[in-house]
Design a protein around this ligand. Structure first.
Ligand SMILES: [Fe+2]
Length: 198
């Protein structure tokens, strides 16, 4: 893991700061195309949602950049595991969960600018503290993180994938309100209004 990180660092050493995110996205696309497309879609939906609730452009740039590389740590996870169909063993699940930590290590090691590190490390935290990496609760989870949590799940539920059926937008929105223990419901209501006018 440390070696892979060092390798990535030396490969990106000559890359200008503004090209480091595209550099990482290309790595992700080569490793796991589905995660690459997921990340791009999450970033675009999140940017439009943030715009709809009047978040200013400078903050949106940071939100979008962070969303683009929130799952970048998956490049250190075996692609067979990423693409595995069916139920994961407890060990496999524990391994998969590490991607948030790996994403955090990568963005810090490569000194990526204009990102919100907490969105990357904490994008799987739940409102009731049952999420990972830290089990943060309620307003200990920043607004940016609570936003990406919603959009990340929404995209995962509605996207067509080779190995899983997509569910309809309506059903996905219902799911977001049903999972009160996962998502900030005030933001879910705003997200539902945003999706409905799209
Ligand atoms: Fe993730």
């Amino acid at each position: 893991m440390y070696e892979l990180l060092q390798q990535l660092r030396s490969e990106s050493a000559l890359t200008k700061n503004e090209y480091k995110i595209p550099f990482l996205l290309e790595k992700l696309r080569m490793h796991d195309e589905a995660t690459y497309f997921h990340s791009v879609r999450v970033a675009n939906i999140l940017d439009d949602f943030a715009k709809s609730i009047n978040i200013e452009i400078e903050k949106r740039k940071i939100i979008k950049n962070s969303a683009l590389i929130h799952d970048i740590g998956k490049i250190f996870i075996n692609s067979n595991l990423l693409q595995k169909q069916g139920k994961l063993s407890e060990l496999e699940w524990e391994e998969l969960k590490k991607h948030a930590l790996y994403s955090d290590l990568i963005v810090k090691e490569l000194e990526i600018d204009d990102v919100d590190y907490s969105m990357i490390l904490h994008h799987h935290e739940n409102i009731d503290g049952s999420g990972y990496i830290a089990g943060l609760k309620n307003y200990d989870i920043s607004m940016n993180v609570r936003m990406i949590r919603i959009v990340d799940s929404f995209e995962a539920m509605t996207a067509k994938r080779a190995y899983a059926k997509a569910i309809s937008v309506e059903l996905a929105l219902e799911e977001l309100s049903a999972c009160k223990h996962f998502y900030d419901q005030e933001l879910v209501t705003k997200f539902q209004s945003f999706v409905q006018v799209q």
